[in-house]
Design a protein around this ligand. Structure first.
Ligand SMILES: Nc1ncnc2c1ncn2[C@@H]1O[C@H](COP(=O)(O)OP(=O)(O)OP(=O)(O)O)[C@@H](O)[C@H]1O
Length: 315
């Protein structure tokens, strides 16, 4: 067979490591997932964002085979969720860890490493998760932040191709959080795919290549970090001005106006009209600075838009 006649296979980089498609899940009358679909690729961090109860943990649970979907498709490394062969190639750090309190950290690490065909060395795990001095301690006697680091070590100790991190840095101090971010970046640079849920939008901004925003069990945005930000038209305008912010707040196109000392900050839908009026009304205005809204603003606007649509549908 000549090379030309071979069917063209998708390149490994474009085949998703994991995928949900049209997934529905209801708990009695409550719809937790309402047709959720997204995928995670090699060498990228996908951040799944959403308010409490939006369906983030349920999406992960479906991918891990912990919860059965009522409808739709779920696949991990080309296998059904929960498949043992897939389990040996993924790492998982969930909110509820279920780790025996009496076990020594070193024992936990040895045991978890033994499940995997190509575990990382203990020394690497200790360095990557920041476990120095913790190996002989009992898990239950560690602080919350130390326990999170142990959970992270257990998630990465098998050199997984795909890593599920459900709010990994909750309870970590700034230094430990930065260390975990650095390790995640290192893993991703080596080709690992990461599904990250977080309530810290600066964490998603710092780590994620792509973002999926869930709102009440539906995907309301899915795209590259910059694309999701760009979907939001809002701008933040800052300047030194003596204008009355209560009055500025009533101008057309202005969403919010606040004062911090001599500086005012205006959040506007379309910056141009508002900037023109600011300059016209205050000839002494200086230090004008206009920025695209950050992920936090984008997130709020995206979920607020769904609120509006839902209200409209209900009306
Ligand atoms: N076992 C369960 N039984 C009944 N309802 C459930 C169960 N698990 C989740 N739910 C409900 O499903 C919805 C989605 O929950 P899920 O835990 O996926 O949200 P989340 O986005 O992870 O929220 P959080 O940010 O609070 O962790 C919520 O309304 C939740 O109350």
């Amino acid at each position: 067979m000549s090379p030309q006649s071979l069917p063209s296979l998708p390149s490994p980089a474009t085949v998703p490591l994991a995928r949900l498609h049209g997934v529905r899940k209801a708990y009695r009358t409550l719809t937790a997932l309402d047709g959720v679909g997204f995928s995670i690729r090699r060498g990228e961090v996908l951040s799944v964002l959403g308010a409490n109860g939006a369906g983030k943990s349920t999406s992960i649970a479906v991918l891990l085979g912990l919860v059965a979907a009522d409808a739709g498709e779920a696949e991990v490394l080309g296998l059904p969720p929960g498949d043992i062969a897939a389990r040996r190639r993924i790492g998982v750090m969930l909110q509820s860890a279920g780790i025996p309190e009496n076990a020594l950290v070193g024992e936990l690490l040895d045991l978890t490493r033994s499940y995997y065909p190509r575990p990382r060395s203990v020394a690497d795990c200790v360095a990557m998760a920041g476990l120095d001095g913790l190996m002989d301690r009992r898990y239950g006697q560690l602080s919350g932040g130390q326990q999170r680091r142990v959970q992270f070590a257990l998630a990465i100790c098998g050199s997984p191709e795909l890593l599920f991190l459900d709010e990994p840095t909750t309870g970590l101090d700034i230094d430990a959080r930065q260390r975990m971010w650095a390790t995640i970046r290192e893993l991703v640079a080596g080709g690992t795919g990461v599904l990250l849920t977080t309530h810290y939008l600066e964490e998603a901004e710092a780590l994620a290549d792509r973002v999926v925003v869930l709102d009440r069990g539906r995907v309301v945005a899915d795209g590259a970090m910059d694309e999701v930000r760009a979907r939001v038209s809002q701008r933040r305008i800052r300047c030194l001005s003596a204008l009355d912010v209560a009055r500025v707040g009533t101008w057309p196109g202005v969403r919010a106006a606040s004062r911090d000392g001599a500086r005012i900050e205006v959040v506007a839908d379309a910056a141009e009209d508002v900037v023109r009026r600011l300059l016209a009304e205050d000839a002494a205005l200086t230090e004008l600075d206009i920025r695209r809204a950050g992920l936090a603003d984008a997130f709020l606007e995206l979920t607020r838009d769904t609120d509006r649509n839902t209200d409209r549908e209900a009306a």
